[in-house]
Design a protein around this ligand. Structure first.
Ligand code: ADP
Length: 579
């Protein structure tokens, strides 16, 4: 107590002094209580501060992770040149920061709707169909377009192997979801949907994050589209300026590409509307009453190569190749390639005519020469000695060879010019084969080769030109003998439902894989074996092909180099002359 206060107290009565003391004590108590309260408040504030700082640390950690994922996404987006890859990447990255059960994204173009789905766990698969529909519905509504009528390509990403669903989560239905559109140049080009089986599964922050990613994705889509458009324009101008005609028809029967050359080759008026049916009719590959889509699908595994003639001011002949276009297993449509071969055909015709004329002109002097030598050989003009006989025999052999070559040339030119005629009649192919094979028996024996037949017991009739069929079989057996050093030559016949299949197999030198496609072309000869009989002309097989095809049959070879070959040909089995 201060000295003045003490002095003042001394002046007071004891009663007054007591009161003052009490009031002093009360004041002190008050101050103490205030102090106590302050301390409590301070401690609370300290605890709050501590909690706040821990939360802040957690938040900063989460935010840093989210930012790192965002960075990863934006980095990857800049390098991706494929929409599917882009969306796959985004959905997989989102999965790291947003706890969804299934995520789906949709991008559409003029032809199709492409959906990618990422199930987060095994149970999510049951929502796939529902989500596809929801996403198409929402995008249709937002883009004011009905996407249900477009073809939908859906792709489901595989499950991450290390993901286990949270215990106690009920997967009976999707309880929360949100959609974020992809917007390019103020237009909706797609949508991403994030769904969960939990209620209120997504915080505002997470939704904002998805919006940020969607905006980045839209930018990437825009960039990608401009790259693709530039490429498309480049491709289009290339196709436009090609000398050949190019047409592409998609799997639904829509004409996607038709360059000006194709239009003019097929004699379509410049402004005329070209429908797929008109086009396929012109290409002579459409039959009445057949559905276009069905016809296109039937071309999938059967490419067509044909020549068609188109009536313009003058008749044009087009070489036409139709192939199918697929991506993996999916059939995308057909591509038609057209080349005007009118001039080539003219030159070929002139060449054939030249060969025919020359061969004809050669035949007469040759047969006169042959006749003359034959007379001398028969010693009609006078006797000749052994040496002279030998010389004449060699001359005769070469004259015969020359005659065969001339006959072959005449044959092939007639076949190619479509002037060869068939003298068809009903023939029992089994007895025809027996006769031909027996005529080769002594030649085979001389060469130490076993010549055998595998023929059905029954009679099989073909409506064919017997001489021409003998020509084909003779050529095949001759070749088999020529190219086989040891082993077996087997001639077989198999009766099939609509045709008869003949084959000549040998254990000879075989034909390499590279040479097989050339075997039936003119003047093609491979791996000639020294001393393997007379030198051929390389025309025998092309004549055989021509003859078989004139009979509406097919001819082909299966061969293993060094092991042997089997030549097959078929003839339609017919019992009357109407075929
Ligand atoms: P060639 O008159 O030369 O025999 P072909 O048209 O009959 O003409 O045959 C063409 C070529 O095909 C032959 O030169 C030969 O290289 C090959 N070839 C044909 N048949 C056989 C066979 N049985 N084995 C191996 N090669 C063959």
């Amino acid at each position: 107590m201060k000295e003045e206060t003490q002095e003042e107290m001394m002046k007071l009565t004891p009663e007054q002094r007591n009161k003052a003391m009490i009031s002093l004590l009360e004041d002190m108590d008050d101050s103490n209580q205030k102090l106590e309260r302050k301390r409590g408040e301070l401690e609370k504030a300290k605890a709050e501060l501590e909690a706040f700082s821990t939360g802040l640390e957690e938040k900063v950690k989460n935010r840093t992770f989210e930012l790192s994922v965002l960075y990863e996404v934006s980095n990857a987006i800049s390098y991706t040149l494929d929409y599917q890859q882009l969306l796959k990447l985004i959905m997989e990255s989102l999965f790291k920061i947003v706890d969804y059960d299934i995520c789906a994204s949709l991008l559409f173009d003029v032809c199709a709707v492409n959906i990618i789905l990422k199930p987060a766990n095994a149970e999510s698969f049951k929502f796939i169909e529902e989500l596809k529909k929801t996403l198409i519905d929402c995008t249709s509504m937002l883009a004011c377009n009905n996407f249900h009528s477009r073809s939908v390509n859906a792709f489901v990403l595989p499950l991450d192997s290390n993901v286990k669903p949270e215990e106690g989560r009920c997967f009976d239905q999707l309880r929360s979801f949100f959609n974020v559109p992809f917007i390019v140049n103020a237009k909706v080009v797609g949508m991403i949907n994030i769904s969960s089986c939990r209620e209120n599964a997504f915080s505002e922050e997470k939704i904002k994050l998805v919006y940020a990613i969607a905006a980045q994705t839209a930018n990437a889509i825009e960039r990608l589209r401009s790259v693709v458009d530039a490429e498309k324009t480049k491709m289009e101008s290339m196709v436009e300026s090609m000398a050949e005609g190019i047409i592409m028809i998609d799997e639904r029967g829509d004409i996607v590409v038709l360059n000006p050359q194709a239009r003019s080759m097929l004699a379509f008026e410049e402004q005329a509307e070209i429908t797929t049916r008109k086009l396929l009719d012109k290409l002579q590959i459409m039959r009445q009453g057949i559905d276009i889509v069905e016809r296109l699908a039937s071309l999938k595994n059967h490419p067509v190569v044909k020549e068609i003639s188109v009536q313009q001011e003058e008749n044009r002949i087009l070489h036409c190749e139709i192939t199918s276009v697929s991506k993996g297993e999916k059939f995308l449509g057909i591509c038609i390639y057209l080349r005007d071969i009118t001039r080539e055909k003219e030159v070929e015709g002139m060449k054939t005519e030249f060969i025919t004329t020359v061969s004809h002109e050669l035949r007469t002097p040759l047969s006169i020469t042959r006749e003359g030598i034959s007379l001398v050989q028969d010693e009609i003009p006078g006797r000749i000695n052994e040496k002279q006989k030998e010389i004449l025999a060699t001359a005769m052999e070469n004259i015969d060879r020359l005659a065969r070559i001339i006959n072959n040339l005449l044959d092939i030119s007639k076949i190619e010019a479509g002037k060869a005629e068939l003298k068809r009649s009903l023939n029992n192919i089994t007895s025809l084969v027996k006769k031909i094979v027996s005529s080769f028996a002594s030649m085979a024996e001389k060469r130490g080769l076993e010549l055998r037949m595998s023929l059905p017991e029954e009679r099989i009739d073909v409506y064919a030109d017997a001489d021409r069929i003998v020509q084909v079989l003779t050529n095949l057996i001759n070749n088999a003998l020529k190219f086989t050093k040891e082993g077996i030559i087997e001639v077989s016949i198999r009766k099939k439902e609509k045709e008869v299949e003949c084959s000549v197999a040998d254990t000879g030198i075989g034909i390499s894989k590279d040479d097989i496609p050339k075997v039936f072309s003119k003047f093609q000869q491979f791996s000639r074996v020294e001393g393997a009989g007379e030198k051929g002309t390389g025309l025998g097989l092309s004549i055989a092909k021509g003859i078989v095809e004139m009979h509406q049959g097919k001819i082909w070879v299966e061969s293993k180099f060094g092991k042997g070959s089997r030549f097959f040909f078929t003839l339609p089995r017919e019992t009357n002359g109407e075929g």
